[in-house]
Design a protein around this ligand. Structure first.
Ligand code: TYD
Ligand code: MG
Length: 453
């Protein structure tokens, strides 16, 4: 690696700079906050606005054209959906997910489809050209117009990208890149940040859409600085279990579309296939009735989705019983159990409570409150819920059951899949009812429990 022009150390707390590393920031006095940072290039860094080039001018908003309109379809409906209706020129999309979940597969498929219509470039720092070729063969894509580069130095990637002028570029992965401006190893916070910054500048200047693949740490956060998520336009996360067939892609942030939109795919032996109507794929369809299982209608993104929430309540051997929530928020579970105790008189202080959303789905909305409590209670009493029952609704600290958005749409979706009974907040009941479905409206948690008694 050639020696860069100059290395600086910047404090992550106050931004103060120092020419050498010291344990305590000379500006704010914080300890261990200094990290290597790239010194701004003497001339270039000072000019140009956000778009990173040319003179910045002040304009009225009305004169700024809505060039946002040019959306490029990726060829995969479900990916277009999470992107907000296709790929925007000059946008930078960060895709995170566990190893082996299908990031490289998805992007190779996408680029192969795009290559028919526009120049594209696949940059890999992780795999050799042969490995990429093997995957392409497996996916059955021709790759005739798919340009591939295996390289990890950002400066060389950008030089070649400038020559190739692709409209869409994939960089797999950001953690393998390094910039010559810095001494630290690829994958370090400073390297990831600076490499991404250079790629973002290039994307804006050249109007190239860039996909960045990011690794995910054990804790589920993108490895590298959080600031990476702020630098890019869109952040997509792969969800789901590597062992299961289905893969979900969630837009965690999107400057060009709705956040929290979900795309659903199935992993096949020939790559990822979009699942256009995913509403019932996460139901496990037990043979008989089982205690501790409840069906909820969630609405992640713009589609209703039927998912199963399972609970196991068991006598605790610990002084401090366990509350474990997978696919739901842990604190919310603790809160719901407190409401159950205070407003419905069911105590679980000596019980371990485990809750899991089937299929690796993560439910972020409060509509899961009521069905979660029903599943917990069902396990606690070892009494199955009716098999044709669905539920949704937010539960408040006062023991009230609050309506959630799009109630009628959720009910219709459940009816379509053969559910005949629904336990929902009073405010969510459609006026004319729902055909083929008995809707039980409740205002308080205690009423909901009575309705099932
Ligand atoms: P990959 O896309 O390399 O995951 P990532 O880049 O996120 O680490 O691989 C995903 C997994 O999918 C891998 O274990 C093999 C499997 N797979 C299929 O099932 N079908 C296919 O057509 C391909 C290409 C991969
Ligand atoms: Mg990969």
């Amino acid at each position: 690696m050639s020696r860069g022009p100059k290395t600086l150390y910047a404090c992550t707390a106050c931004g103060g700079q120092s020419s050498k590393w010291v344990g305590q920031c000379p500006d704010c006095g914080a300890w261990n906050t200094l990290q290597e940072a790239a010194a701004p290039p003497a001339a270039a860094g000072r000019r140009g606005g956000y778009a990173g080039g040319g003179e910045a001018v002040v304009r009225t908003l009305a004169t700024i054209g809505a060039s946002e309109d040019e959306r490029l379809s990726t060829g995969l409906d479900e990916l277009d959906r999470v992107l907000g209706g296709g790929l925007v020129a000059g946008s930078v999309v960060l895709i995170g997910g566990d190893p082996g979940i299908g990031k490289s597969t998805l992007l190779l498929q996408t680029l192969a489809a795009l290559a028919e219509r526009a120049p594209v470039l696949y940059v890999s720092g992780e795999e050799s050209g042969e490995q990429i070729g093997l995957r392409a063969r497996r996916l059955g894509v021709s790759g005739e117009r798919l340009r591939v580069l295996t390289e990890t130095a950002v400066e060389r990637i950008l030089a070649l990208a400038a020559a190739e002028a692709p409209r869409v570029m994939v960089v797999d992965s950001i953690q393998t890149l390094y910039t010559e401006l810095l001494q630290s190893a690829p994958g370090s916070v400073a390297q990831v940040r600076e490499s991404a910054a250079q790629l973002v500048r290039h994307a804006k200047r050249a109007r190239t859409a860039v996909f960045l693949v990011g690794h995910v740490t054990k804790e589920g956060a993108l490895a590298g600085p959080r600031v990476l998520e702020h630098m890019v336009d869109t952040v997509l996360y792969f969800e789901g279990e590597v062992g299961s067939q289905f893969r979900l892609i969630r837009a965690v942030k999107n400057r060009f579309g709705a956040a929290n939109e979900l795309g659903v795919f199935a992993m096949t032996d020939r790559g990822l296939r979009p699942v256009g109507n995913p509403s019932a794929i996460f139901l496990s369809r037990h043979d008989g009735e089982v205690a501790g299982s409840g069906i909820l209608v969630t609405r992640e993104g713009t589609r209703p989705l039927l998912v199963e929430v399972q609970a196991l309540v068991d006598q605790s051997a610990l002084g401090n019983p366990r509350r474990v929530a997978l696919g739901l928020e842990q604190n919310r579970l603790a809160m719901l159990l407190a409401v159950l105790h205070r407003h419905a008189g069911v105590a679980m202080a000596d019980q371990d409570v485990y809750v899991n959303v089937v299929g690796g789905v993560r439910v972020t909305e409060t509509a899961a409150d009521l069905p979660t409590l029903l599943a917990v209670l069902s396990s606690f009493r070892d009494r199955p819920l009716p098999r044709d029952l669905v539920a949704f609704g937010e539960v408040g600290l006062a023991g009230e059951v609050r309506p959630v958005p799009n109630g009628p749409e959720r009910l219709r979706e459940a009816a379509k899949h053969g559910f005949r009974r629904a336990l929902v907040p009073h405010g969510n009941v459609p006026r004319g009812g729902v055909e083929g479905m008995e809707v039980v409206a409740v205002r308080r948690l205690a009423e909901a429990l009575d309705a099932l008694a």
